[in-house]
Design a protein around this ligand. Structure first.
Ligand code: XMP
Ligand code: MG
Length: 178
């Protein structure tokens, strides 16, 4: 399907499944090289990153762990500006090589607010790995170490990303039509 309708809005195909999978495999290969022997701990940020985290982690061939936290700052198609921690972290990060997995960095507020909590636990290293980044939407600087796609400042959905709860189950990513 090249367009879908959701909550009265029209979305057009943007990043098809094959392209997503290709980039994610490349990224996993890079991480396998960079973290060989380091037993990294991936922290995936729910809900939006669950498909990205799953596909990336399946291509990680070195010894690695994964855990999940839940943060939220979005309502509808614009950020509420408030970051809520709905499920906290239950793993000790001391001396660990940590890689945070996020679906998308938009204004940067979510990670900018949350990262100090991770640094406080004194991990050996901490890197940020994102599927999508909207550079033109930046309000809070976040250091991004691995990124699959830099995209324009348009609302997107699919592949784990939602519009008020719906649309996550698409294998492709769509963007809000003009
Ligand atoms: P911030 O502004 O804090 O936003 O960097 C990060 C979180 O907001 C969600 N987000 C989106 N969700 N389509 C979505 O479905 C979008 O275009 C979008 N932009 C931001 C997302 O959950 C992300 O973790
Ligand atoms: Mg998210």
């Amino acid at each position: 399907m090249s367009t879908i309708q959701l909550h009265g809005k029209s979305f057009e195909i943007f990043l098809p499944e094959a392209l997503l999978q290709e980039k994610i495999s490349e990224l996993a290969a890079q991480i396998n090289t960079d973290y060989a022997g380091k037993k990294p701990l991936f922290i995936a940020v729910l809900n939006g990153s669950f498909m990205f985290a799953s596909d990336l982690f399946k291509s990680i061939t070195i010894e690695a762990e994964i855990c999940f936290i839940k943060l939220a700052s979005y309502k509808g198609t614009t950020s509420t500006g408030q970051v809520i921690t709905a499920i906290g972290l239950d793993v000790d990060l001391t001396n660990r090589h940590v890689i945070v997995l996020e679906d998308i960095i938009d204004t940067g507020k979510t990670l900018h607010t949350f990262l100090p909590q991770l640094y406080n636990q004194q991990p050996e290293s901490l890197k940020i790995c994102v599927l999508l980044h909207k550079p033109d939407a930046t309000l809070f600087e976040v250091p991004i170490d691995y990124c699959c796609f830099s995209i324009p400042n348009k609302f997107v959905l699919g592949y784990g990303l939602d519009y008020d709860g719906y649309g996550r189950n698409s294998k492709d990513i769509y963007k809000l039509a003009e």
